[in-house]
Design a protein around this ligand. Structure first.
Ligand SMILES: *Cc1c(COP(=O)(O)O)cnc(C)c1O
Length: 381
């Protein structure tokens, strides 16, 4: 049989290798000119005035909540059906994550369910553009405007995805992106906050570096001795210049990666249409997904359970993954005692298929053929 098909594989080349070596040789290793250039590239790409690099999307979310003044006694509405970092970031500031249900077809937070979860303590909604499919931002913007709530976007997976043709993280947004290797582009570890609010951007820049009043670049460029100050308690959430060097090269590849991911995703959807019981992802008319992941849903009558199907694929050298996790069923959040029927069904019935820019059509055909075969698997297995 041919080689194994992984769930994903980052697209990296000689350019990234050379850029890291050049950064190392420069002697400036952390949060310098390369971080600034990477921030500019991301801000310009998404259409935001500011981009603030952080060490991860998780630290970016923490910083964005902290700088927005969310704290103990506050509630933040968030989907349970997300990577657990979405909920955890709310805990870091001492606030309470309030889980609301998702839409059955998009797996994104449902504005109606979010509205029902609002209490006098609610301060913000943390909406997630899950696996790169934009959530219903029109619905959330008007809901937040009506109730005076902050709208924060967990755009960890969503770079290059668009809502009504506008890229996620642009105008009006306060959004956090991830550059973990599982995402569309990577810096190893890394995150970015985008905003058009000048004051907030300035505060985020201070807070990510111990709230230090002077930047290293500023002090380095000065011909006078400068003494910095620390007006409040900050954090060390810096990105290194080694990571940013990779990020700058990754940004040059982004459009090409998106073309390839969309081509393969649409091809999956066409090919899977012939297999009963496997539902392709639903895309609302307002959304242009980036297909950070390709999730299918198994219909009730599908002959194999989701986990047995994953096992069946693995025996054929194909790595699938369970669908998006639920946070409220993890031990860290079980004490809340939430029941979220749509979330639980969506999570239990879905799985992610391999998708990466260097995937060949022949590899994709092997995945489709294995899924076709899986119908007869109950007897074989
Ligand atoms: C990956 C992911 C994160 C965490 O990103 P890191 O950069 O690894 O901290 C947060 N939220 C969602 C929805 C994610 O998919």
């Amino acid at each position: 049989m041919d080689g194994a098909i992984p769930i994903t594989r980052p697209l990296l080349g000689e350019e990234e290798c050379d850029a890291v070596v050049e950064a190392l040789r420069s002697g400036w290793l952390t949060q310098g000119n390369r971080v600034a250039a990477f921030e500019r590239a991301v801000a310009d790409y998404v259409g935001a005035r500011h981009a603030i690099a952080c060490s991860s999307c998780t630290t970016a979310l923490h910083l964005a909540l902290h700088a927005s003044g969310i704290g103990p006694g506050d509630e933040v509405i968030v989907p349970s059906m997300s990577f657990i970092a979405s909920a955890n970031s709310i805990r870091y500031v001492g606030a309470t994550p309030v889980f609301a249900d998702v839409e059955a077809r998009t797996f994104n937070l449902d504005p109606v369910a979010a509205a029902e979860a609002i209490t006098p303590r609610t301060r913000a909604i943390l909406v997630v553009h899950q696996i790169g499919l934009p959530a219903d931002l029109d619905g959330f913007r008007s809901l937040c405007a009506r109730h005076g709530l902050l709208l924060l976007e967990d755009a960890a997976c969503a770079i290059g995805a668009a809502h009504h043709g506008q890229r996620i993280g642009g105008e009006r947004a306060l959004a956090c992106f991830s550059f973990h290797p599982r995402k569309v582009i990577t810096t190893g570890e890394g995150g970015m906050i985008t905003t058009c609010d000048d004051g907030l951007a300035a505060r985020l820049r201070l807070l990510r570096q111990h709230a230090m009043s002077l930047s290293d670049q500023h002090r380095h460029a000065s011909d006078k001795v400068l003494i910095e100050e620390y007006p409040e308690v900050g954090f060390n959430y810096r990105m290194t210049d080694l990571q940013a060097a990779v990020g700058i090269e990754q940004m040059k590849r982004l459009d090409g990666i998106l073309v390839r991911r969309r081509h393969l995703a649409e091809r999956y959807t066409r090919r899977l249409a012939g297999i009963p019981g496997i539902e392709p992802p639903f895309v609302p008319e307002y959304a242009t997904p980036n297909y950070q992941s390709y999730a299918v849903r198994l219909a009730d009558g599908f002959p194999l359970s989701r986990n047995d199907l994953m096992e069946f694929l693995l025996r054929r050298g194909i790595a699938a993954r369970r669908g998006i996790m639920t946070s409220h069923r993890e031990l860290a959040y079980q004490h809340q005692g939430r029941r979220l029927p749509i979330t639980e069904r969506a999570s239990d019935q879905s799985l992610l298929l391999p998708l990466y820019p260097t995937m060949t059509e022949a590899e994709q055909d092997r995945v489709v053929a294995a899924l076709e075969e899986s119908h007869a698997a109950r007897r074989v297995a």
